[in-house]
Design a protein around this ligand. Structure first.
Ligand code: ZN
Length: 468
């Protein structure tokens, strides 16, 4: 039996300022140690001032993960020494004296299973260490405090995962959820970092620390599962320890013996008062929350008749569901969903490519309308879409330039079909015997019209001519 639990650090990247001071929350691409102040580098006499928006965002995340928010929240100092932590303690939350962290007892459904959330705590991120060369071989370590004090939430699950694949699915669901909720951009480097706890056959627990990509989390857990099982098979006890994922060698490596919780000497943070969270505040936050992915998906299915699988893919991608919302109307919603999920997502599947997309909602809407009204075929639609992305020209400009307009004029289509009948005598007589082979002739007509003929109309005319 395998038991896996997770601790996920998720930065609240949508905030303007750090958790306890007014330095920028967005520490990325800044000159080193330029985004700091006495509070976030822990100078004597400086006092933390809690960011109200951070409490609100963390509360929303709590609600979205089905957690309870306590009547009051409080902060603790987690004491440890590390060069990236200038105060020698991290301000975090701690539930040992009763639930005072921002959320507890939540649940997230994934593929027919429920993952219980033990707690969510709001805390500050430490700074970053920079090494000259690799961290093992370097003689020089530099520290950049730009990140110190940026807000993050730690999400702790119960050990409910039975295999590494479920972990990967859960992490994807969680990333989509935080993005949809507008609390974090999970695709930013370092925005979501994962620790995994894993044990087999009720043996000792091993923690794998700080894995940056979901794919590596799955790989690391998989490696660890196999390693522990092979120890158990040889009657060797698994040591309780912390390991890290060595990406180059694709193995986990022992890093240090596991710290016991009391080593941290948690103390109440007396510089931050206990915060009361009133029920009506929670209700007003709940009202401000955007529509959940689950509700969105239901709406797509019920209101527009979008097939379940398409609705599933579309609703969980914030970028594309936003585009869909802007572009669609009652009549073309289904077609737009289809274009996005079958064509567009193939063209632009990464964050960078999405950001570079040259597509206005108006162009997308025009394209869908034209396909619905048989002004162009679906095949030509793909070409138009590619051209739109390349040139950002309008729909009508592209169709005119590329001469892609559908052959709505049946008499010219009939002429082409007659030509094909002459060229393909053998196929025609065969189709008369066996109507199933008629697609070959349709294909020839489509090629001759460069895909501009409507396949259904073409088939209809051919059938009539063959009288089959
Ligand atoms: Zn600061």
């Amino acid at each position: 039996m395998i038991k896996i639990g997770l601790e996920i650090h998720c930065q609240l990247t949508k905030l303007e300022s750090k958790l306890f001071c007014s330095c920028k929350a967005n520490y990325r691409n800044l000159e080193t140690n330029s985004n700091i102040c006495p509070v976030c580098v822990g100078l004597p006499g400086s006092l933390p001032l809690l960011n109200k928006k951070a409490v609100e965002k963390a509360s929303m995340l709590s609600l979205a993960l089905g957690c309870k928010i306590p009547e009051h929240i409080s902060f603790f100092r987690k004491n440890y020494f590390y060069p990236d932590l200038p105060k020698n303690f991290q301000i975090t939350q701690y539930n040992a004296y009763g639930p005072t962290s921002i959320g507890s007892d939540g649940a997230v459904p994934i593929e027919g299973k429920t993952i219980r959330i033990r707690r969510i705590q709001l805390e500050e991120d430490p700074g970053r260490l920079l090494y000259e060369g690799s961290s093992e071989k370097t003689q020089i370590t530099l520290v950049d405090y730009n990140r110190a004090g940026t807000p993050l939430v730690e999400i702790v699950t119960e050990p409910d995962f039975e295999n590494p694949r479920q972990v990967r699915i859960f992490l994807n669901v969680l990333a989509d959820l935080v993005e949809n909720l507008g609390v974090s951009d999970p695709y930013l480097e370092g925005a979501m970092r994962v620790d995994g706890n894993i044990s087999v056959q009720n043996g000792n627990r091993v923690e794998i620390k700080n894995v940056g990509s979901f794919r590596d989390v799955e790989k690391a857990l998989h490696f660890e599962m196999t390693r522990q099982q092979s120890l158990v098979d040889r009657n060797i006890q698994v040591i309780a320890e912390t390991r890290h994922w060595d990406d180059a060698r694709k193995i986990t490596v022992s890093s240090r013996s596991k710290e016991e919780e009391q080593d941290y000497r948690y103390l109440p943070e007396a510089d931050i008062p206990i915060i009361l969270i009133k029920q009506d505040k929670i209700e007003s936050l709940r009202k401000q929350m955007p529509e959940s992915i689950v509700d969105k998906k239901e709406r797509y299915i019920k209101k527009y008749g979008i097939p379940q699988q398409v609705a599933d893919v579309l609703s969980s991608d914030k970028f594309y569901s936003d585009l869909f919302e802007k572009a669609h109307n009652e009549s073309n919603a289904k077609e737009i969903a289809n274009i996005i999920t079958t064509d567009l997502m193939g063209f632009a599947d990464t964050r960078e490519k999405k950001m570079d997309l040259n597509l206005t909602d108006r162009n997308l809407s025009d394209l869908a309308d034209a396909i619905i009204h048989n002004k162009i075929t679906r095949n030509s639609g793909k070409i138009v879409l590619q051209e739109m992305l390349k040139t950002s020209k309008s729909f009508s400009e592209i169709v005119a330039n590329l001469d892609l307009g559908s052959m709505s004029d049946t008499s010219s289509l009939e002429k082409i079909i007659d030509e094909v009948f002459k060229e393909e005598e053998k196929a025609v007589s065969e189709a008369k015997q066996n109507p199933d082979t008629v697609n070959y002739i349709v294909g020839k007509v489509m090629r001759k019209t460069k895909g501009k003929a409507n396949p259904n109309t073409t088939l209809e005319i051919i059938r009539k001519k063959l009288s089959v």
